[in-house]
Unconditional design. Structure first.
Length: 97
């Protein structure tokens, strides 16, 4: 589900209520071992569970004073984030704009 490319944790496949617990735990492991960017280009299906995971990873990173940014946010995710009024909470990797 999550593969590592340097400082990037690349999420591949679906992220929905059915598998978000596994994705969340894999993400914590990647972030705690040095990943600083979560790349979502490989996400094939999503629901609001993905947004919850991103916010949880962000909260965890901030509690450890670690940098974290997101790259290649899927359009569906940005729509959900705007709908919930939290889009501005998702720092985006400058290289992916």
């Amino acid at each position: 589900m999550i593969r590592r490319e340097g400082e990037r944790a690349c999420v591949d496949g679906p992220v929905t209520l059915a598998n978000v617990t596994r994705v969340l735990e894999e993400g914590y492991a990647q972030l705690r071992s040095g990943a600083r960017i979560v790349d979502l280009a490989g996400v094939t299906e999503l629901d609001s569970s993905l947004l919850a995971a991103l916010l949880a990873w962000l909260r965890d990173a901030r509690s450890r004073n670690a940098e974290l940014a997101f790259a290649n946010l899927p359009e569906g995710l940005t729509t959900i984030a705007r709908l919930y009024g939290v889009a501005e909470l998702l720092p985006q990797d400058a290289a992916s704009h």
